[in-house]
Write a protein that binds this ligand. Structure first.
Ligand SMILES: Cc1cc2nc3c(=O)[nH]c(=O)nc-3n(C[C@H](O)[C@H](O)[C@H](O)COP(=O)(O)O)c2cc1C
Length: 175
């Protein structure tokens, strides 16, 4: 699959089969993250890889909506950043996260992003606080998102070329 195919085929997958990822697949996904670009090459990420069912359930419940699929995934990776080392942690974490998603697509796997930053429970407890309770990471580490990975249990159409918003692109001027 060349990169043009990978970007067309990457769609958010929220339903997975029970099949586990192989250690090689998991490693390839993390390898991609660890090669992703960071501002000033700080590489201040931390990744928590989760394949324990009970932990996957707890992570899925760390916010009030939009992360249920994490519970059904065989693997998830929480992307955290050491905010004491970089002032652009959101950007660096997002790039690592999406790089993992493209690698997963290339491997024939599905993935979906669940937002954690600025999300939480109905009672006001943030997803970050929930996760800090579970994993005991220090205050200076901030989670951006958790990405669920697995073998797709549904097929999704690839990106629709006819719906690309080419009108958002202008050349040598703003319009
Ligand atoms: C910053 C960001 C936050 C997202 N948060 C969630 C989320 O919390 N739950 C979810 O189901 N999908 C989430 N998504 C996935 C988007 O819903 C999805 O990428 C979008 O609908 C486009 O669909 P596609 O990925 O299939 O192209 C998020 C994606 C991004 C980039």
């Amino acid at each position: 699959m060349d990169f043009r195919d990978i970007v067309s085929k990457r769609r958010s997958i929220r339903k997975f089969t029970d099949e586990e990822l192989t250690p090689d697949q998991t490693q390839a996904i993390l390898r991609a993250a660890l090669m992703s670009p960071t501002s000033k090459s700080t590489r201040a990420w931390r990744f928590i890889v989760i394949d324990d069912k009970d932990l996957l359930r707890q992570v899925a419940q760390s916010k009030n909506a939009g992360a249920d699929f994490v519970n059904d995934a065989p693997l998830a990776v929480i992307v955290l950043m050491d905010t004491s080392l970089t002032d652009v942690w959101v950007e660096d974490a997002a790039i690592a996260a999406v790089t993992m998603q493209y690698q997963a697509t290339e491997l024939g796997l599905g993935s979906c992003w669940a937002q954690l930053r600025l999300r939480g429970q109905d009672d006001g407890t943030s997803a970050e606080e929930c996760l800090r309770d579970i994993f005991q990471f220090p205050e200076y580490l901030k989670p951006l998102c958790v990405i669920a990975f697995g073998h797709p249990a549904i097929e999704r159409k690839q990106q629709d070329e006819s719906k690309l918003k080419w009108e958002t692109v202008s050349i040598n001027k703003f319009e």
